[in-house]
Design a protein around this ligand. Structure first.
Ligand SMILES: [Zn+2]
Length: 203
């Protein structure tokens, strides 16, 4: 099943970050969430966990969720089912080594799915996680104002917001997050992991 958001009566929001962990940026995002005692979900690439295991460990130790974002970030619908399984399996194992348990959430690169992939992700027991604020396009050359404004327009109970900590220069994303996190907390939202958000679903 694919989730852009979760229907819930509680004021919960899930921030998500793709393509890390990366040493230049991931720790800075973690610092923002630590400062505000908030939680997020990091959809990590297996190849980056191998490169930066200490940062993956820090994500986990600070109470955040690690979700599967494949090993090498291919467009999965272009691969056969066996290769899809390999991409997920390898990263599933790497995350398990960090956290001691298997991930339960998965975000396909480019949000690209086909029927084979939905079958495979169901076999893994994964919830497939998209997001509501695709127009924020933080991976593109947009400024922090654009990211903040578009994100605000999608803030409601159960929103899943997508950003990147592991791709290129993330300074504008970091600036936007540094505004949005305290702002949403002040507005009464609790920032939770995707799994916590899914668990809160009212239907
Ligand atoms: Zn990605």
């Amino acid at each position: 099943m694919i989730f852009n958001e979760v229907i819930t009566e509680r004021k919960l929001i899930a921030f998500t970050f793709d393509d890390g962990p990366r040493p230049e940026w991931t720790p800075l995002f973690l610092d923002v969430f630590r400062k505000h005692d908030a939680k997020a979900t990091f959809f990590v690439m297996g190849s980056h966990i191998e490169q930066y295991p200490d940062i993956a460990k820090r994500i986990y130790e600070e109470g955040h969720e690690l979700g599967n974002h494949t090993y090498s970030h291919p467009s999965l619908p272009e691969l056969g089912k066996e290769q899809q399984i390999e991409e997920l399996e390898r990263t599933d194992r790497l995350i398990s080594e960090v956290t001691g348990s298997r991930p339960s959430t998965f975000r396909p690169p480019y949000l690209a799915v086909n029927d084979d992939l939905l079958e495979v992700s169901a076999q893994f027991g994964y919830s497939v996680i998209h997001a509501v604020n695709l127009d924020s396009r933080d991976w593109d050359t947009v400024d922090a104002d654009h990211i903040v404004t578009t994100s605000r327009a999608h803030v409601h109970n159960g929103s899943i917001l997508i950003y990147h900590d592991g791709f290129g220069d993330r300074s504008q994303t970091l600036a936007a997050i540094s505004i949005l996190v305290p702002e949403l907390i002040a507005a009464g939202y609790e920032l939770v992991t995707v799994s916590e958000l899914l668990a809160s679903a009212s239907r």
